[in-house]
Design a protein around this ligand. Structure first.
Ligand code: 8YV
Length: 318
């Protein structure tokens, strides 16, 4: 048998996954290291594979610093931090973990809808702070039967719509193109969807093409009775505008799993009771994380055995 492939990890992934990778590969863990070229020096050319996680960037410079690189295996579905065009230009295949996290991310979206509207986290704080004997918790917004606008109608958006049916919600969506064969109303204008919706849930990819598509004008269209939920990427929302809208009551509330500068959360949000703040945990269950880890391993194994990762990410068509 030939030498075991050399794998460099730069992602934030569990120790158990690194151990599994080490069964078939020669693994070097440099998670958190900024200057790979300086750290690796003449060793850099010996790595055939790079493992990363969705929030950790792999740009053209990193690929150039690893001239022997043939494959990237990313722990996550989001590809906004990986330069797919540069990878294609260098003949590097990119594997990622779609499908297996759809349930949990959609579950998290519904959790944030319920929490933002009914104030579940705020009510918990209320009880813990001993405020109940002083008077009842404020009366909140009903979810069942309300209007849900979904932005982005990929695998995760469709799972959110399926869950919303159980809440007898009216669902419409905005996406660049209507999804064929889907019996849901497509709304070509994001503003119009925001005006119509009681809840606007973001489930679209991040990256340059969608940066700040939810801006002050969209938030004003959502209005003082409307709620925003983001389980996608912080980059799709103008976070400053969102903070202003929440603080001034120009929208009713929000539920956020993602932020523009993770793990930093704007200090003003911590003071507000009309926003639910999660630390990017959409896919974070034992079941889903195990399935994602399996796919990271299978993508690498399939590449080295058959020359093809199982789930391949390609650059978007120009
Ligand atoms: C992360 C995610 O992968 O899949 C994605 O795109 O953002 C998450 O599932 C996870 O947080 C690990 O960093």
């Amino acid at each position: 048998p030939g030498a075991r492939p050399r794998v460099l990890n730069v992602g934030r992934i569990a120790a158990a996954l690194l151990e599994r990778l080490a069964q078939d590969h020669d693994v070097t863990d440099l998670a958190g290291e900024r200057d790979l070229a300086a750290r690796l020096q003449c060793e850099a050319a010996s790595f055939q594979a790079l493992v990363t996680s969705a929030p950790v960037g792999v740009d053209a410079a990193m690929m150039a610093a690893l001239p022997g690189l043939q494959v990237i295996s990313s722990f996550g579905v989001g590809l906004d931090r990986i330069d797919l065009a540069a990878a294609r230009g260098r003949g590097i295949q990119v594997g990622y973990t779609p499908h297996v996290l759809d349930d949990c991310v959609a579950d998290t979206a519904m959790g944030l809808v319920l929490d933002a509207a009914r104030g579940l986290s705020a009510a918990d704080r209320y009880v813990r702070a001993g405020r109940w004997p002083g008077g009842p918790f404020p009366t909140m917004r009903k979810v069942s039967g309300a209007r849900l606008g979904i932005v982005g109608m990929g695998r995760i958006g469709q799972q959110i719509a399926a869950r919303a049916a159980g809440f007898r919600m009216e669902v419409a969506y905005h996406a660049r193109q209507p999804v064929s064969g889907l019996a849901l109303r497509h709304e070509p204008s994001l503003h119009a969807l925001a005006r119509w919706a009681d809840f606007l849930v973001l489930a679209l990819p991040g990256g340059a093409a969608t940066r700040h598509i939810v801006d002050a004008a969209v938030l004003d269209a959502l209005g003082p009775q409307g709620f925003l939920v983001n389980i996608a990427r912080g980059s799709v929302v103008d976070e400053q505008a969102l903070v202003e809208a929440l603080a001034s009551g120009r929208i009713a509330g929000a539920g956020l799993d993602v932020y523009e500068h993770e793990p930093q959360v704007p200090a003003r949000l911590l003071q507000l009771d009309n926003v639910v703040l999660l630390p990017h945990v959409g896919s974070n269950t034992r079941e889903t994380r195990a399935a994602m880890a399996d796919l990271v391993v299978r993508n690498l194994r399939a590449f080295f055995e058959q020359g093809q990762v199982v789930c391949r990410a390609d650059p978007p068509a120009a």
